[in-house]
Design a protein around this ligand. Sequence first.
Ligand SMILES: Nc1nc2c(ncn2[C@@H]2O[C@H](COP(=O)(O)OP(=O)(O)O)[C@@H](O)[C@H]2O)c(=O)[nH]1
Ligand SMILES: [Mg+2]
Ligand SMILES: [Zn+2]
Length: 369
Amino acid sequence: MQTDDMQKDSILSTLGWSEHFSQQLSEDETTEHVGRVSSIHAVLMNVWGKFGKVQMPLPGNWLGGKAEAKPTVGDWLVLDKNKQYPVRMLERKTVFVRRSPQNEKTVQLVAANLDTVFIVSSLNHDFSLSRLERYLALAIQSGAQPVIILTKADEANQSFVGSCVADAKTLYQNVPVLAVDGREERTATLLKDWCGHGHSIALVGSSGVGKSTLINTMMKEEVTLTGAIRDADSKGRHTTSSRTLYLMPCGGTIMDVPGFRELQLPPCEEVVKEVFHDIQELIESCAFVDCQHDQEPDCAVQQAIAAGKLTQRRLDNYHKLLEEQARTGTERTYTKRQERQMAPRPKTGGRPRRRSGGGKKGGKKKKKK
Ligand SMILES: Nc1nc2c(ncn2[C@@H]2O[C@H](COP(=O)(O)OP(=O)(O)O)[C@@H](O)[C@H]2O)c(=O)[nH]1
Ligand SMILES: [Mg+2]
Ligand SMILES: [Zn+2]
């Protein structure tokens, strides 16, 4: 049914070309000369467009500039008339970044123009709610929709699977959580809602969790190498060494991202607070405006922990991620969408910076040490 439409549609719309990009073209630029970066190997990149795939060097002057000015996998470029070099990069819809492991103050671009980020974790030693929270912040910061995919459900016992799924669902709003056997054909059907025509997905997660396996399942063929993992600690080997974008049979794109040893958040304090929205709301009811949620009387956060409504683990991770934020400096935005997300919000979702008239104890203020 969709096959006819797909055949009629150009390769560009399959690759994710949309109004967002076409409106950026000037009168003398045509879609004959635009392409999406499908992979980067050292200083060479592959660009995919109506013309097929062409290889060209990353432009030197861009290399010297800021990280966010450099094209990354998933970026849309306008090429010169002979399709030999990129002339400029189109403004991104979304971009997934991490803090550079070499330099705390800089970021590294992982992938651009994603609609969905599949956060992949396996149902074994790898399963960690705190890591999922970190990945959720990264995905939300990118502007793409997060989906949590728990692999190797076939190897875990059912009650463990059930509790992991239930716990993961509590981490952020209505984040979809699926437990799957990534090797099974029907997993592609389970995930089809996120794989529509022109839709762009990237998979992130530790090595060995089954990202490449999922890609092969979605692609219905082996396009990327998978690796056996060491049984003792469930750790994977790094079999994927570059980021590559694949065209899925269902008409979208999917991208494999190497399993990072280290995934540090870029400056995104507001996003961290959004992930921990429940804690932010509780804080509103603490008696002290500067409550540290530790030993203070009438701390709504501690009361929630005592009542079993919040876990100490989640509170500790909230503090940990915010402390990381305090070290890494000012929040930045990399896309217009992120700018909009960070703009002051209408009353419904936001909260006043300070309580007026105070909490239950009449708004006493405790002096900071
Ligand atoms: N039993 C089982 N094995 C899986 C599943 N997903 C992946 N694997 C295996 O886990 C190993 C690592 O998978 P791979 O896709 O290379 O992980 P990646 O490093 O995240 O790309 C391979 O041996 C896969 O066959 C799953 O859902 N169930
Ligand atoms: Mg892989
Ligand atoms: Zn408190």
